[in-house]
Design a protein around this ligand. Structure first.
Ligand SMILES: *[C@@H]1O[C@H](CO)[C@@H](O)[C@H](O)[C@H]1NC(C)=O
Length: 312
């Protein structure tokens, strides 16, 4: 019996079925990967960002002092910073502004959540007075004002986005369409991998950075619980684990992830090696100027710094 006839005598279905069963998950995964992967359009810009953080290896946290204000950004420039990180939020009527907390209580003379305030209402509040009498009258800046100032001062602007995924992604698309140069000095950092993915998908030319901290969605910095409802708090660790898995094993396969922001107390050689192998530069957050100075004597990594006022 020839080989050919043996071959044809085999029940081809019986032969192919296990083959298809074995391959299809991989084929499916690969198709999914090709479908979801955002093509790299950021290489040139990554270099600009890398140079900015390497030549003066610090980024001013929350803009500067007072935090998330135009004066704060000017102070960062005055102190020689090449990049500032600010927080993006939206008012009730949809204006993009700089604010860290959901509420204006801590940083202004007013009270309430930003999402319940119109831009006109938020603009009336004083966002400087709590940081010192000399800052009285500081107004909440719009994103556009911050962008214009950073352009004027030749600063890299990194937006920390925590909410309003779609709205933020769409807004950045519109802004980049209006001013194609914008993407050269604008980047996005977030704790939310889905948000980063959406931003990258909508704006493949924006430089993205994933911020990470162990149990970020379960515990606050001061060790208090993150959520009001017990069941949310109980589910939070599972969310944290899922986010961590996505950050470490999925996100950088789908989008360019030139930077990751790691919390200063969680840096170790294994983590540095892990991200180096994946082509992501590690940025450390966050510490005061003194601490950053000491830190950088031993660890040569860019740091996000809480800057202090000039007269201190
Ligand atoms: C802000 O202040 C108001 C009035 O004092 C208070 O009702 C509200 O709970 C505060 N919000 C936060 C988030 O602390």
């Amino acid at each position: 019996m020839s080989l050919v006839s043996t071959w044809s005598n085999l029940d081809s279905a019986a032969f192919l079925t296990p083959f298809i069963l074995c391959c299809s998950p991989f084929l499916l995964l690969y198709s999914l990967y090709r479908l979801l992967r955002v093509p790299n359009r950021v290489e040139k810009r990554i270099r600009r960002f890398s140079q900015a953080v390497a030549s003066h290896p610090v980024i001013s946290h929350r803009g500067g002092y007072p935090e998330n204000t135009l004066s704060g950004i000017r102070l960062a420039k005055k102190k020689g910073y090449r990049a500032v990180e600010v927080d993006l939020e939206f008012t009730k009527d949809g204006y993009p502004v700089l604010l860290h907390d959901p509420s204006v209580n801590r940083t202004s003379d007013g009270t309430g959540n930003l999402r319940d305030l119109t831009f006109a209402q938020a603009r009336q509040l004083d966002f400087g007075i709590k940081f010192g009498a000399q800052y009285a009258g500081e107004r909440i800046p719009t994103l556009q004002e911050a962008v214009a100032l950073c352009k004027e001062l030749d600063l890299m602007l990194i937006l920390d986005i925590k909410s309003n995924r779609r709205r933020s992604a769409r807004l950045l698309r519109e802004m980049c369409d209006q001013d194609p140069q914008l993407c050269d000095y604008l980047g996005v950092i977030s704790f939310y991998p889905d948000l980063l993915y959406l931003v990258a998908r909508t704006n493949p030319e924006l430089v993205c950075a994933a911020a990470m901290k162990d149990w970020e969605f379960t515990w606050n910095m001061d060790g208090s619980t993150r959520h009001d409802h017990w069941w949310r708090q109980a589910l939070a660790p599972f969310f944290d684990i899922a986010v961590s898995i996505v950050n470490h094993y999925v996100l950088w396969r789908l989008i360019e992830l030139p930077f990751v922001g790691l919390y200063k107390k969680e840096i170790d050689d294994d983590k540095l090696e892990f991200w180096r192998k994946r082509g992501s530069e590690v940025i450390v957050w966050s510490m005061g100027e003194e601490e950053a100075h000491e830190f950088q004597k031993t660890v040569k990594l860019p740091v996000i710094v809480d800057i202090s006022p000039l007269d201190q």
